[in-house]
Ligand binder design. Sequence first.
Ligand code: ADP
Ligand code: MG
Length: 476
Amino acid sequence: MAQGIPDEVIMNTSLIKELADVAKDMALQQGILMRIQETPNSSELVTYAPFTLFPTPVPKAVFLQALAVQTHYNTLVDKISQDPDFLEEALASTIAVDDFTARLFRIHQQILTEGRSQSIVLGVNRSDYMLDQTDNGSSSLKQIEINTFAASFGGLTSRTPDVHRQILKMAGRLEESQRILDNNPAAGLARAVAKAWELYGSERAIVMFLVEESQRNIFDQRCIEYELWKRNIPTKRKRFDDVCETGSLDQDKRLFVDGQEVAVVYFRNGYMPQNYPSEKTWEARLMMERSLAVKCPDISTHLAGTKKVQQVLAKPGVLEKFFPDKPQVVEQIRATFTGLYTLDIGPEGDKTVAMALAAPDQFVLKPQREGGGNNIYGSEICQVLQGVKESTERTAYILMDKIHPAPVQNYLLRRDAPLQISNCLSELGAFGVYVRQGKDTVMNDCVGHLLRTKSSEHSDGGVAAGVAVLDNPLLF
Ligand code: ADP
Ligand code: MG
């Protein structure tokens, strides 16, 4: 723990108990909240969103690298979304076998055929990384994935720095407490949504948060809603069912839901197959995509965030096509890539299969899914690949090098979980926002970060999935 919390603190059980009690109380007082599993649709009973007792050391250079590359990632995602030929080629083998991606792709194609009705584009991305240990003991920033859809925790995470500062002070670590950064991604996010709303140009029109039926993470979303209301921008939370039942387009394709015009649809739901339980839900998605409302993200940007696209971007020469005269940008982005391998039918895909079967522990096998808990690790990779390796079914996956961050000891605070020391791994995210109107980029910013930490016993992550918890970087 050379850079972090010294052992005499980490191992002092009575102090840890005292700090954990304060941390939980303060989390509740600061509004780092989640609804509880038993009553996910009511705020009568809530608990704190899980978080670490201590912040986690992160090298400053690597942290700054993640923030610096974010605006380039924004530009890249935006360029991909405007390149139908690229998307079609990149996703061809995936949509042949993956029904969900195929369905999204069909909407994208229909929009292209009809012509996009809105030239204002609003993007909110979170690019996630782990710090891969290198042989010389330093660490290198490697991207896990980029989320172009419903990137969350930009609200709750803004409340966590004060808790960690308090805990460090009480642990006698005043100097470290002063190194915890302020961070408010929700404010930056709201700034971008507000800009898109303004460009849409109708004061009465609302920002519609398209949310899930079951909403344990509602407080994270509320942070963004309040930031918008501060600007006198009206927001409403609606479900797919509301759009199905009360949504319509007028002759100018303006979207109305429950009698109100919608300027911006901010999707916090709609990235998993189970979010579309009926044909009506798909029709609602299509209606929103066809509408004049600004979509965050639009269907093309949604597809730009797929894992297959991530793999194709790592092929030689592909980034250069998006940044033909910007070799430094290409270099900056590529530096964050780890090995990504195709499973398409052909010799290259065969090579990937052989490589994965020979050393499954060095890789992660990923289907085209989001939301945590879908990836395949270790010996299970062999089981899955043995089953699909001779068929096109294998093209539903990509293979990726496993990243190995250095474990750090910490305590994960979670309702009903025992207070015990854990070996932890962290994932750093950078939030990016952009707004474009036609050819003009109106905004392109990095608006904050997110550190999530999980026990090293878990291969997969995700706070909402119940594995990872909120954290803060302690820069050194
Ligand atoms: P999802 O869309 O489900 O969030 P991710 O690609 O982010 O999918 O993977 C989920 C989790 O799995 C990550 O948060 C991380 O903990 C772990 N993971 C994913 N890719 C890798 C990798 N290449 N090396 C190590 N861990 C990984
Ligand atoms: Mg993820």
